[in-house]
Structure formats: structure tokens, C-alpha cells
Design a protein. Structure first.
Ligand code: NDP
Length: 273
């Protein structure tokens, strides 16, 4: 019998996950079905239960259900614990395992696809929501020279920085506190670009040969990427690679076989113009 997987979110019509996982399944010869489920806003748990009862093996979880997915799980892996959010569930008998592959997908995209290294670099992480939380542990595993979390609501940046080991060199602050600091890698993990907004970031934050990375994908040059480009930054990327890489991590977790990501990233890439 064909194994069943799904992505659940609300809305879900925009999701690329069925295309990505369907293509991964074909390219790796895995017999599986992958569908999109629009979970009722007040019925996430019931929707997951119905999918499991129907023979579901695992689910990707997207907005607004990542926190509920984390709460629902019986077993939470460390990256999900720090993020306090899950973007992937695996069903094993009575257990619901939860992980969060957003951060490792981001790291894989930065290191493998974009050829940048985090080790020894100064990293600025903009935002302190679920995506930033998910990125923090995978970033620290690469041993950057320093990592600054900057957020509009400063208390959230302080709180997130305080959750990791004091020796990891993570500092939380507000945008006005950045001063004249410059960074090798600047990651916009805010949702500002979805509304065409730009966090109050100075073009002076970009160091020589910096990488400017925007988590929002498929929108071309967002206000953040435009700021970077106008500041002379040559290495610009949006989150399409992260999207595909986190999907590849989920697929590997579920199926034990790693799909190639390059062709799918190329297929989904919208030029940054
Ligand atoms: P959350 O809602 O959890 O957090 C949003 C963050 O953005 C908060 O830190 C918020 O600050 C900040 N923010 C929102 N608007 C502004 C603004 N105008 N100026 C400054 N800061 C702002 O969202 P997520 O963390 O889950 O997602 C963030 C983005 O990452 C989304 O746009 C999402 O699409 C993208 N994403 C991409 C993925 C990919 O695979 N490429 C995967 C996951 C997410 P405050 O705390 O002050 O409200």
C-alpha cells in the first residue's frame, strides 16, 4: 500500500510541498502519496488524528500550526524544543515525533548551495519569531564567531539570546543598539517583507563580501534585499533554497533516503530583480 504524507496549514493553497515531495518521491523511487490539507483554524488536532487514522505516516506543518504541532507531540527533538515549534511530524505507533528542519534547511542552503561558511563569521539574525528560533541552534552548531539577534520587540531578542549557553556568544538587542557593527552574514528572519516592509536596519551592517539572506521566497528583490544590493552587497539569496532543503531533511527523516535538491531549487527560483 502507498504510504501517505501531507502538509497541513491554513491557508495551504500556496504550498509548494506537494510538488517538492512528489518530485523527491519520483527521483528516489519511493512509493508515497503526498497531499495538502487545509486544517480548520480550530481543528488542528482533529485533522491530524483523522490523517493518522487514515494511514498517514508523517506531516509537514506550516503556519499557523507549528506551535500546536509541537504541543501535540509525544517526543520532541532538540531543535524543535529550542524553537518551541515543529514543522515536521512522524507517526510511529502511538507516538508523535516532532522535529524542526527550518534551521538546518537554512544552514544547508547557506553552506552547501551558496558556498558560504558560518564558522568564524559574524552573523546578524533579524527577528525573534519561530523561524529565528528554529535557526538559532543549527547556526550555533557551525560555530560562528558571534551571533547577534536583533528584533523590533527587544524583549524577545533578549529572551531568545538568554536561552542558549552564555559561552556561545549570542547577544540580543534592538535595531537602534546595533551601532556601527558589521556582519558577514545578515539573515532577515522577520516577516516584514511579506507586507513590503523593511525593518529599521542600516545599510552599514553589511561587511565586505557579506551574504544577505531573506527567508521570504519567491518575491524577487524584497525591501531588505534591495537595501543590501544598494549597499553594494553582491551575494543575495532568498529562502527558496531553505524551503527545499528543509523538505529534503523531512523526506530523509521519514524515508531514510536523501533526495537531490538542486533541480527543485532551480525550478522554484524566482530571479532577484
Ligand atoms: P513569526 O510571526 O513567528 O515572527 C515574525 C518576526 O518578524 C518577529 O520577530 C517580528 O517582530 C518580526 N517583524 C514582523 N514585521 C516586522 C517589521 N515590519 N519590522 C521588523 N520586524 C518585523 O514568523 P516566523 O518567524 O515563523 O517567519 C518569519 C518569516 O520567515 C516569514 O515571512 C516566513 O514566510 C519566513 N519563513 C520562510 C521559510 C522558508 O523555508 N524559506 C520557513 C519558515 C519561515 P516582533 O517580535 O517585534 O513582532
Amino acid at each position: 500500500m502507498t504510504d501517505r504524507y501531507a502538509v497541513i496549514g491554513n491557508p495551504i493553497g500556496h504550498s509548494k510541498s506537494p510538488l517538492i515531495h512528489g518530485t523527491f518521491a519520483k527521483s528516489t523511487g519511493q512509493d508515497l502519496e503526498y497531499i495538502a490539507i487545509e486544517g480548520p483554524l480550530d481543528g488542528f488536532t482533529a485533522a491530524v488524528a483523522a490523517f493518522r487514522t487514515g494511514g498517514g505516516y508523517g506531516m509537514n506543518v506550516t503556519a499557523p500550526f507549528k506551535l500546536q504541532a509541537f504541543e501535540l507531540a509525544t517526543d520532541r527533538l532538540p531543535r524543535a524544543q529550542l524553537a518551541r515549534a515543529a514543522n515536521c511530524l512522524k507517526f510511529e505507533c502511538d507516538r508523535i515525533l516532532a522535529d524542526n528542519f527550518d534551521g538546518v534547511g537554512l544552514v544547508n542552503d547557506i553552506e552547501r548551495n551558496l558556498g558560504a561558511t558560518l564558522a568564524g563569521k559574524r552573523v546578524l539574525l533579524m527577528g525573534a519569531g519561530g523561524a529565528a528560533r528554529g535557526a538559532l541552534l543549527p547556526f550555533l552548531e557551525q560555530h560562528p564567531a558571534g551571533l547577534v539577534i536583533v528584533n523590533r520587540t527587544v524583549a524577545k531578542a533578549y529572551a531568545l539570546a538568554a536561552e542558549v549557553d552564555a559561552n556561545d556568544g549570542v547577544v540580543g538587542c534592538g535595531y537602534q543598539d546595533l551601532g556601527d557593527q558589521r556582519f558577514d552574514i545578515v539573515v532577515n528572519a522577520t516577516s516584514a517583507s511579506l507586507k513590503g516592509e523593511l525593518p529599521p536596519i542600516s545599510p552599514g551592517v553589511f561587511g565586505d563580501n557579506a551574504l544577505a539572506y531573506e527567508l521570504v521566497y519567491g518575491k524577487g528583490l524584497t525591501p531588505f534585499l534591495r537595501l543590501a544590493r544598494n549597499a553594494g552587497v553582491k551575494r543575495l539569496a532568498d529562502g527558496v533554497g531553505m524551503l527545499v532543503e528543509q523538505a529534503a531533511e523531512a523526506f530523509t527523516w521519514w524515508r531514510g533516503v536523501r533526495p537531490d535538491t538542486r533541480a527543485m531549487i532551480d525550478k522554484l527560483t524566482v530571479p532577484l530583480v
